[in-house]
Design a protein around this ligand. Structure first.
Ligand SMILES: Nc1nc2c(ncn2[C@@H]2O[C@H](COP(=O)(O)OP(=O)(O)OP(=O)(O)O)[C@@H](O)[C@H]2O)c(=O)[nH]1
Length: 349
């Protein structure tokens, strides 16, 4: 059987995840989706209050979707769903997992790579983060988990734009792009969003598209100029400096930067450097992806990862007349941009 694409739905407390899932479970959109609503962390309380034989519940909805409430082990629930699907007891061709508002989506995403059983049945399609337009600014200020949820996202959906001024939404979008320039930003109104914006995003696939918001690139370009103005021996902390310049209020710990070069990489040197990089900084590298020009290769090379787990693949051929070059984006917590850039420069031919 083909692997089931899985979407991880995250977002801070009250962002509107359940509202979105309820629509998915009830509306006639023609897709057969299994939804896992988890109650991680509450299992001890629940087990004491509810004496149940099984620790998950699977319900078929009238639109053909399946809802599975999990108390406890997510891996076990994924296994049970896959088993029932193989046995023909239930059918679904997509999976959506809701994480609790306080959760870091990293470990859930890693489950899809680390657990062989899970990897045999599912492939991670994308991490989608619902962002509460009304409360996100404060949540990002106060909770690192809120920043992480944005940093991990392959797609951001803004909820509650109906109750905030347009100017505030723009300010929030600017901040979100500083944290994560890779994720397109859409809107969701009381769970209402085209299903195509939620399913089959291929955010985790090794395709050779690397979309980076043009506004972010322009801002980075600007920071870059600014750095040079400081002079070679300047001892400013350039990272913070750039941040202060644009967003005096919001020096988020989770942030992104882009590396670009129009020269090819030496394969062995780059492999070695990236390997060492993830060993040292992996725990702080939330998401990264690059489309690379390797010396002598007529095809693009794509690499991407989550923390220490990095994969690479061969992409499409460089087109005739297509300008060759490499582009990478790194999203993480307090990553030392200069170290990355200097090291990558040294891997160029
Ligand atoms: N005004 C407005 N309210 C919304 C919107 N989406 C959701 N809400 C409301 O926000 C509240 C929280 O929504 P939920 O869907 O329960 O949020 P959640 O992310 O599942 O919350 P937790 O499970 O606590 O993390 C509810 O009262 C929703 O009705 C929206 O687009 N606009």
């Amino acid at each position: 059987m083909a692997l089931v694409p899985a979407t991880i739905l995250t977002g801070f407390l009250g962002a509107g995840k359940t509202t979105l899932l309820n629509r998915i479970l009830k509306e006639p959109h023609g897709h057969k989706i299994a939804v896992i609503e988890n109650e991680f962390g509450e299992e001890n309380i629940d087990n004491e209050i509810l004496v149940q034989d099984s620790n998950e519940q699977i319900v078929e909805m009238s639109n053909g979707c399946v809802c599975c409430t999990v108390r406890g082990d997510l891996i076990a629930a994924l296994g049970t769903l896959a088993q029932k699907r193989n046995d023909g007891e239930i059918s679904f061709d997509h999976l959506v997992i809701e994480t609790t508002g306080l959760a870091n989506p990293g470990p859930v995403a890693q489950t899809f790579f680390m657990d062989d059983e899970v990897a045999m049945h599912y492939m991670l399609d994308a991490v989608i983060t619902v962002v509460d337009s009304r409360h996100a600014m404060q949540q990002l200020d106060e909770h690192e988990e809120a920043q992480r949820q944005v940093g991990f996202a392959d797609k951001l959906l803004l909820s509650k734009t109906d109750i905030v001024a347009a100017g505030q939404v723009d300010e929030l979008v600017t901040r979100l792009k500083r944290i994560n320039p890779r994720a397109p930003v859409g809107k969701v109104h009381f769970g209402e969003v085209p299903i195509a914006e939620v399913l089959d995003l291929r955010g985790f696939n090794l395709n050779d598209k690397l979309e980076i918001d043009p506004d972010f690139l322009a801002a980075e370009e600007h920071d870059h100029d600014h750095d040079h103005a400081c002079g070679e021996h300047c001892d400013h902390d350039h990272h913070d400096h750039a941040h202060d310049h644009h967003h005096a209020r919001h020096a988020d710990d989770v942030a992104a930067f882009v590396y670009r070069s129009d020269r090819p990489f030496d394969t062995a040197r780059l492999d070695d450097f990236l390997g060492r990089l993830v060993q040292v900084y992996g725990p702080r590298m939330m998401r990264y992806k690059g489309v690379i020009w390797m010396e002598g290769a007529d095809r693009k090379v794509v690499f991407q990862g989550v923390h220490q787990m990095m994969g690479s693949d061969i992409g499409a051929k460089w087109g005739d007349g297509e300008p060759r070059g490499s582009k990478m984006v790194f999203i993480g917590k307090n990553l030392p941009k200069e170290t990355f850039v200097t090291g990558l420069d040294q891997c160029l031919v």
